[in-house]
Design a protein around this ligand. Structure first.
Ligand code: DGL
Length: 267
């Protein structure tokens, strides 16, 4: 697979842009093709079968666009579909994202870690296995926050609006003894400021964009598929409203890229 081919990055909506941001920082020479499955957002309240079927459809589309790698920039889709994706595309580099349970387990002093994620992620067998493997001694508090996903999709990430929506869940977990908080959904880093303000400066918030970008770099390097030079580029596509995705990318990433709609038949 030629090094110049794009890296596909995919999420239910705009959340995966938090992972795209980290990939751009780590791999500035690469061509990135971001696909927001906005016609089907949110994934977090849908069945695992539904989310898996969407992941397979998007993967097929990315392969048709000659992607050399696929980053599933969505915890919910990773939990539901990563095994099926790897079975369907065994030769493609496929990187998923998982809540940062391991680093949180190392950081906590109270032995209690709070996890904010979608209902789908928290209910998945993959998440249960992760917790069992990485933090068997730690008390993990699960807090589904589907309303945070919609908040970020609306672009209401700052000010009183954002502060109001995060305050309750954050206080709930701190009151139960959590002293480290995992942002287990790729939408949530866009609420980082509001969550940190609610939790206080001493509470670490764990995200996964950086480690995912480094794992991607490592895998491409091993296969000799890293783009060696070039300014890099970002293309944005969505199964929903292209103009809305363009506006959100400008708001969330300061990325003035035009967005297009995924061709009919792939939506
Ligand atoms: N951003 C996604 C995640 O990391 C999914 C949010 C949703 O569509 O519910 O889980």
């Amino acid at each position: 697979m030629p090094a110049l081919h794009p890296i596909g990055v995919y999420d239910s909506g705009v959340g995966g842009l938090s992972v795209l941001r980290a990939i751009r920082e780590t791999l500035p020479c690469e061509r990135l093709l971001y696909v927001a499955d906005s016609a089907h957002v949110p994934y977090g309240e849908k069945t695992q079968e539904y989310v898996q079927q969407r992941a397979l459809a998007i993967a097929d589309y990315l392969v048709s666009r000659q992607a050399k790698a696929m980053v599933v920039a969505c915890n919910t889709a990773t939990a539901a579909a990563i095994a099926a994706l790897r079975a369907r595309h065994p030769d493609l580099v496929i990187i998923g994202v998982e809540p940062a349970i391991k680093p949180a387990a190392h950081l906590t002093r109270s032995g209690v870690v709070g996890v904010f994620a979608t209902t789908g992620t928290l209910a998945s067998p993959k998440f249960a296995t992760l917790v069992q493997r990485e933090a068997p001694e730690i008390r993990i508090l699960f807090r589904p926050c589907p309303e945070w996903v919609l908040q970020v999709e609306r672009g209401a990430i700052r000010g009183a609006d954002a502060a109001g929506i995060v305050a309750g869940p954050v206080q709930e977990l701190l009151a139960q003894g959590a002293d480290a908080l995992v942002l287990g959904c790729t939408h949530f880093p866009f609420l980082h400021e509001a969550i940190q303000a609610a939790a206080g400066p001493a509470v670490p918030l764990l995200e996964t964009g950086g480690p995912v970008a480094r794992r991607l770099r490592h895998q491409l390097q091993e296969r000799g598929q890293l783009a060696a030079a070039g300014p890099g580029a970002v293309a944005l596509e969505t199964t929903g409203d292209a103009a809305a995705l363009g506006r959100m990318a400008a708001l969330l990433l300061d990325l003035p890229a035009a967005a297009a709609q995924v061709p009919a038949g792939w939506r």
